[in-house]
Design a protein around this ligand. Structure first.
Ligand code: HEC
Length: 160
């Protein structure tokens, strides 16, 4: 092998090492739990956006799609979360760059569970009516949206 080739391989290796060191530094101890709960919230949001667009008549009402989205939202709202919120996975603890979860969640626990119950109750009222026509969907959506906001106001940081 020529000297030039060896040098460029060495250069490449140190570049790769530098990249993996950065990736390692960005991985906090609670990243998996944080990603899992954020994926759950993304699933809330995907389904509520479908329902919201129909309720606001920005997309044609479709009973089957509405029923499916309401069922999906219900499944996601009823996820067991006992392993998704480890101590120290708040946004004030160093190493948790990806989270917007406020320390108040842990400081005032179990107060947040009331907010989760409010969502479950609102979704339980939505599920049986989402496929029963636009008016029925519209009337059940307010409480669902309000339950999202109710929790975010107290427990989620604004986007940076
Ligand atoms: C019991 C409290 C609670 C309820 C109810 C709640 N959220 Fe959240 N949500 C949070 C918290 C806390 C975070 C921040 C999570 C994190 O970054 O670790 C969050 C984050 C999110 C995110 C950002 C996810 C990401 O990828 O970073 C979305 C989107 C979201 N919520 C949508 C919703 C919708 C839609 C509803 C209602 C159907 C809802 N949430 C109900 C507490 C709640």
């Amino acid at each position: 092998m020529t000297k030039l080739k060896l040098l460029s391989i060495a250069g490449l290796t140190s570049a790769v090492l530098a990249i993996s060191a950065v990736a390692f530094a960005a991985d906090g101890p609670h990243d998996k739990a944080i990603k899992a709960r954020q994926a759950m919230f993304q699933s809330y949001s995907f389904n509520i956006e479908i329902l919201g667009a129909m309720a606001k008549e920005k997309r044609p009402y479709d009973a089957e799609v509405a029923a499916e989205a309401a069922n999906n939202l219900s499944a996601a709202a009823n996820f067991g979360q006992s392993q998704m919120w480890p101590q120290g996975s708040d946004n004030a603890t160093e190493g948790n760059a990806r989270t917007r979860a406020l320390p108040a969640i842990w400081e005032t626990f179990p107060a947040i569970t009331d907010k989760g119950e409010a969502l479950k109750t609102a979704v339980a009222a939505l599920v049986p009516v989402a496929g029963n026509g636009l008016g029925a969907l519209q009337s059940a959506m307010n409480d669902v949206g309000a339950s999202c906001k109710g929790c975010h106001d107290d427990y989620r940081a604004e986007k940076k």
